[in-house]
Design a protein around this ligand. Sequence first.
Ligand code: AMP
Ligand code: ZN
Length: 468
Amino acid sequence: MDLYLTNTLTRKKEAFTPIESGKVGLYSCGPTVYYYAHIGNLRAFTFADILRRTLMMNGYEVMHVMNITDVGHLVGDGDDGEDKLEKGAKRDGKTAWEIAQFYTDAFMRDMAKLNILTPNKLPRATEHIEEQIQMIEDLEKNGYAYRTSDGVYFDTSKLETYGRLSGQKIDEKEEGARIGIHSEKKNLSDFALWKLSVPGAHSEHAEGSKRQMEWESPWGVGFPGWHIECSAMSTAYLGHTFDIHTGGIDHIPVHHENELAQTEGAFGTLQAKYWLHNEFVQIDGGKMSKSLGNAYALHELEERGFDPLAFRYFVLGAHYRSSINFTFDALEAAQNALKSIRSMVREFDPHGGAVDEGLYARFQQAMNDDLNTPVALAVLHETVKNDALPLKTKAATVRRIDQVLGLGLEDYIGRTVEAPLEVLALVEAREKARKEKHWEESDRLRDEIKTLGFVVRDGEDGPELQEV
Ligand code: AMP
Ligand code: ZN
């Protein structure tokens, strides 16, 4: 069965063929660790994980690399503004290095809670400064770079293919228009490769204290530009051309366009063959932003009583190329759907079943059709609810499907509810009250049991407990 993926570069849904048979090099733009990842970022990482698991389902050995941006991103989309890490350091009263470590740890915890497989490599930008400098030197040597008073820039007019990913012509670039023209830039779309941290440069921090993160370079003490880390680190771990590059759609016109340009300028190669982009998360039908207070982090969802995997289920409910509208009601619906699956799989027989090939083939077909997770979830529901299937077959099929969906169902398959003794005692008391026809008392006990997180149902063989 072929795997079809929509490639932003060719604007087509294409059958995937790897560069090296049986193997896939996958690079995903990772977090900027100056604050907690918000649910939009988490959608991007969940999408990359679903892609990786689908590749594995197809028998590929995947080398997944995700960068940790722990330096240099400026607050603006362009090359202006305050450095995000230095800003985070000021906000939290820590050093930029401490901030990077703190939010990298938080990110790793979020990934684990969302059942996202840990990438094989998680290179940090600060640990690959030498490779970035080397690449800028290559660009200079090949005639794609020029110096200004505040750094080194990429000359986009020198690269004929510039704009191929987004389809924009050089002078149409919005970003340049929005931030105003840097007086020494030759073209609006030119971007910084290296920025000098000498006082007197135009960026904000230059007026104040010395930067915490800066390095020696052939051009002077400074720090790398926004995009060079991904070209340098993807080359270091995956080679001059690798299979698939992922990120959110915001990366298409600037970050990914520039990554492609740098790799082509330095090595004359196409950085990646397939470029996949997830659409955005919207909140209550509008934009998500820190200033609106709605750029929720995972721990904020947990504080409101949500299971992180309910968020994963919510994300899978939409195709990655559709924008998804986050509301707490929608998250609650996702959580309820997940809970109902969990309670049903508890009844399954976990031992010795064989996968139902018909259902699994339909599941694979959905995933191989450009990662159609809404259809794949429908197949999961159908499997769980199909009373014609033996309980063993259901267990084996759900287990196989969930290797790709990653909803953590293995923890529930065939596991009866382990209720605390306190709850069991209340259930017993309620049974007694019912037998004695003390209905009011029995209802009161049922409510008390509910406050402890369990629902009692009166089945044929006596009371049954389910988690709320
Ligand atoms: P950043 O830390 O800003 O580099 O973002 C990390 C990843 O999250 C990138 O792939 C972005 O494209 C993606 N991203 C940022 N905002 C959103 C959003 N609202 N919805 C979905 N993905 C997003
Ligand atoms: Zn990147």
